[in-house]
Ligand binder design. Structure first.
Ligand code: AGP
Length: 613
């Protein structure tokens, strides 16, 4: 969940590192730091707060001459796991009297025993972090060969790491290594850039190498030499990044989140493109590497995910069971990985992850492989760890999602799951005609979302009315229940309002006791089966004076009558209702948070990619 950038080359390093950190700030932003190599040794500058605070401090404490002389450096933006967000706990951490510096993403699980052993030999620690133990361990092994010292230290480490290390004694080289936390190497012209995410590299070069777990590399301006920790040479292919550089910019929107909400029609067109087979009425998902016979043999499907991705997986249950009669269990990945799951060759485990780096979901993938299940990854980030280790899967093609609150990834996940359900359904029970009809429904999703986006001004007005509430319920029935959960997560994530999602029928079993005139209920009243029952639940809420915001199919006057405020939605089928409704809820959450003046793209306490347990 932290951001790492490293550079070695012929250009001044400081601006390259600071600009790279800015691209990674969504990964974690409670403190930041930089180490760069000058003719007189390493300069270390760290600051609590965001990258802007670090940049301000750099101007105060370093000179232009120092910065101009530096062509090697590493930098880090932190999401605290061990130790409060303080300057002392910020990375880089140093050892050997400031001669060697390290930045780290991940958790050193045996740091306490390493620290105790080093302290017993006189090492003095100045932070509460696990990372500092690794820094001093490398320092202890250093005998003049930086790569060897890092290799030896990492052999003693339990846990996860993505690290970059520099030393004043080696002004033209950097050592990087990864195990469980992503690291990407950008190969430029007489320069090499390392980062935890491609978005910090793509403005310099499109030629990238994805390190894999267990890799360690010696980096110079000529590029990387990659090894195992036992010093065996390793080859990793060079990939070409296809993103447009602007794709990771705001494009004129006030926030990344708003940009990503409004680019969903395009994102979903990209997710769908080339994947609907109109002649056979099925989906083309070649990354699955499974033929119809193998798909028909699947007896149970388990979806492992976290957060918003878990909500998409919960929608998937209704899709797979409704279209393919395939028993489907959405599982919270952390719970799944530790419950000793009962799996076998006829179970298909689908790992849903936008980042493809979520530690709990990755662990669930590894456990599923261990148990002999078929495993597929549905990820947005190409080359991500989950995508690679699953061995098969489907990329979302939704483009970079920078806002911490996930939006287009959710709708892309549900759309891809719908195409997978179509494919499975056609292997088991759907006729060609039924499949063709579903293809047409899927193809229409981007247009339906365009219609919802046109409601933005109306949704903004309604959101302003609810910007000061302290609590809210989101209620939905059937396939709309996971969407209610997602709407609640969006609202609480960016506006810090306490919001909960419930099955509509559940309120009367307890939660309804909380309702009063200050406690709004956002009711998903789409005109699909179950609406009438939900209308009854809404009446129960109104009887307790709760204000009702209704998401209502256009023209449904019966539903409009029971709402204080109405967000009008285009008519959909059961299977396309979740993505269309989710977009309206994303806008509602966004405008409430904006009205409250919240920090929308980087909400407090959150990070974009949760790469620790
Ligand atoms: C969603 O708005 C949150 N940022 C969070 O719940 C996220 O969905 C979750 O951490 C899973 O991330 P992933 O999809 O990258 O695995």
């Amino acid at each position: 969940m932290c951001g790492i950038v490293g550079y070695v080359g012929t250009r001044p390093v400081v601006d390259i590192l600071v600009n790279g950190l800015r691209r990674l700030e969504y990964r974690g932003y409670d403190s930041a730091g930089i180490a760069f190599c000058t003719p007189t040794g390493l300069r270390i500058v760290k600051e609590v707060g965001k990258v802007a605070q670090l940049e301000k401090k750099l101007i105060e404490v370093t000179t232009e001459a120092e910065q101009a002389s530096a062509h090697l450096g590493i930098a880090h933006t932190r999401w605290a796991t061990h130790g409060l967000p303080t300057e002392a706990n910020a990375h880089p951490h140093v050892t050997r009297c400031g001669e060697l510096a390290l930045v780290h993403n991940g958790i050193i699980e045996n740091y306490a025993s390493i620290r105790k052993q080093l302290e017993s030999h006189g090492t003095v620690f100045c932070s509460q972090t696990d990372t500092e133990a690794l820094a001093h361990l490398i320092g202890a092994y250093y005998k003049g060969d930086l790569l060897a010292a890092v290799s030896q230290a990492l052999k003693k480490v339990e846990g996860t790491y993505g690290i970059a290390v520099i030393s004043a004694r080696h002004p033209k080289e950097m050592v990087v290594a990864r195990k469980g936390s992503p690291l990407v190497i950008g190969v430029g012209d007489q320069e090499t850039i390392v980062a935890s995410d491609v978005s910090a590299i793509v403005s310099h070069t499109r030629q990238v190498i994805y390190l894999q777990d267990g890799d360690i590399a010696l980096i110079t301006e000529e590029g990387p030499q990659i090894y195992t920790l036992d010093n065996a040479s390793v080859h990793r292919p060079v990939a070409i990044v296809e993103w447009e550089i602007g794709a990771a910019e705001k494009g004129g929107y006030e926030h990344f989140m708003l940009k990503e909400i409004f680019e969903q029609p395009q994102a979903l067109q990209n997710a769908i493109r080339g994947r609907l087979d109109i002649s056979l009425g099925t989906a083309i998902l070649s990354g699955l590497n499974m033929n119809p016979r193998e798909l028909a043999a699947v007896q149970r499907l388990i979806i492992v995910a976290c957060g918003t991705s878990l909500h998409a997986g919960m929608v998937g249950k209704y899709l797979f069971e409704g279209l393919a009669s395939l028993p489907t269990d959405p599982e919270q990945a952390a719970e799944f990985r530790y419950c000793n799951p009962i799996l076998g060759p006829n179970e298909l485990v689908v790992a849903l992850s936008q980042s493809g780096e979520t530690a709990d979901t990755l662990a669930a993938v590894r456990e599923s492989i261990q148990k002999g299940a078929l495993v597929a990854g549905l990820c947005n980030v190409v080359g991500s760890t989950i995508a690679r280790e699953a061995g098969r899967g489907i990329y979302l093609h939704a483009g970079p999602e920078i806002g911490v609150a996930s939006t287009k990834a959710f709708t892309a996940q549900v759309t891809v799951l719908l195409m997978l359900a179509l494919k499975l359904g056609r292997c088991r029970r759907l006729s060609r005609e039924e499949g063709l009809s579903l293809c047409q429904e899927i193809a229409a999703i981007p247009t339906l979302i365009e219609i919802v986006l046109k409601q933005a001004p109306c949704i903004e007005k309604i959101a302003a009315k609810y910007a000061t509430v302290k609590n809210a319920f989101f209620i939905g029935r059937g396939i709309l229940y996971p969407t209610a959960l997602e709407g609640a997560l969006k609202l609480k994530e960016i506006s810090y309002i306490h919001a909960e999602g419930y099955q509509a029928a559940e309120l009367k079993h307890g939660p309804i006791t909380l309702l009063d005139e200050h406690f709004p209920v956002i009711a998903l009243l789409n005109d699909i089966p179950g609406k009438e029952k939900t209308l009854g639940n809404v009446q129960e809420c109104r009887a307790r004076k709760a204000p009702i915001v209704g998401l209502v199919t256009e023209g449904d006057h019966e539903a409009e009558q029971v709402c204080d405020d109405v967000i009008s939605l285009p008519r959909t089928t059961v299977y396309t209702a979740p993505v269309v409704t989710a977009v309206a809820l994303q806008l509602f959450a966004y405008y409430v948070a904006r009205a409250r003046g919240c920090e929308i793209d980087q909400p407090r306490n959150l990070a974009k990619s949760v790469t620790v347990e």
